[in-house]
Design a protein around this ligand. Structure first.
Ligand code: ZN
Length: 270
């Protein structure tokens, strides 16, 4: 997939996600809105291309846009003199075609009967341009953060903890028999080729722990292993963001250690 990235506020969103994941205790209430009260079960799947991490980025981005909208002073909003709204600036930057909110207001027959705040949310939430903005932003954030294995390990550990915590709620997940074991762990399944390729290219065909070349070009004995950073046995997910490339030896070592691990080692650009 080709991504035409503009990087508008993308690093800001990355930073928020990093902060939330690094301090999940402080953000427990907000995180609960993502995976709590049985919601974690709706995220169980076999390697969805729209990964669990995509869903999480979408959740964070939508929350931030919604908080920003709440800051608009609708009581004193004058559509004749107002400049571009923050969300309209984002549309402009991304080159997304949209209707100006003031144009939308003009179209409403009588402004006397219009609650501007309601009109704003009608204008925004049902629109294709808002959906396009969310999709574009999520793809850009994912593009940047997919490189950061430690952050992904952290995310996948939080998700696994959430699944383990809700595992006793048997009634909720009876319909997930194909995906979950009786102990509520994700069943092992085939890793699709696109997921392997994504991880192989990200990790540059090398074991992320010992840096061994696994391309088969320099040493034909080194075989690639796609490792679940948080093991399925520890409630890890079948998600592309939970995979990393390891050599056979490192894969066996991490399995016997039983805890999720990765490295902060990356090959420089030059
Ligand atoms: Zn290795």
């Amino acid at each position: 997939m080709q991504l035409n990235a503009r990087f508008y506020e993308t690093y800001y969103f990355c930073n928020v996600i990093n902060n939330v994941l690094n301090d999940s205790f402080t953000y427990a209430v907000e995180l609960n809105d993502f995976y709590g009260d049985g919601r974690v079960f709706s995220l169980i799947d076999k390697f969805p291309k729209q990964s669990v991490f995509h869903s999480f980025i979408t959740f964070v981005v939508e929350t931030i846009y919604s908080e920003n909208s709440n800051k608009i002073d609708f009581d004193n909003f004058d559509y004749r003199s107002s400049g571009l709204l923050p969300i309209e600036k984002a549309f402009e930057y991304h080159g997304i075609k949209y209707q100006l909110f003031k144009e939308h207001l003009k179209e409403l027959c009588s402004l006397k009967d219009v609650f501007i705040e309601d009109a704003y949310y009608d204008w925004l939430l049902a629109s294709q341009y808002y959906e396009d903005l969310i999709t574009q932003t999520v793809e850009e954030v994912f593009y940047l953060l997919f490189l950061n294995r430690e952050l992904l390990l952290n995310f996948n550990q939080i998700m696994a903890d959430s699944l383990e915590m809700q595992a006793s709620d048997v009634s909720v997940h009876v319909h997930l028999n194909d995906l979950l074991t009786t102990r509520c762990k994700n069943k092992r399944c085939h890793i699709p080729q696109w997921a392997k390729r994504a991880v192989y290219f990200r990790d540059r065909g090398r074991c992320v722990l010992c840096d061994k070349d696994l391309s088969g070009k320099l040493n034909i004995n080194n075989l690639e292993n796609y490792d679940h950073m948080v093991a399925l046995a520890n409630y890890g997910f079948n998600d592309v963001t939970n995979l990393q490339l390891l050599c056979k030896e490192c894969n066996q070592n991490t399995k016997s250690a039983g805890v999720g691990s990765t490295s902060n080692s990356y090959q420089g650009w030059y």
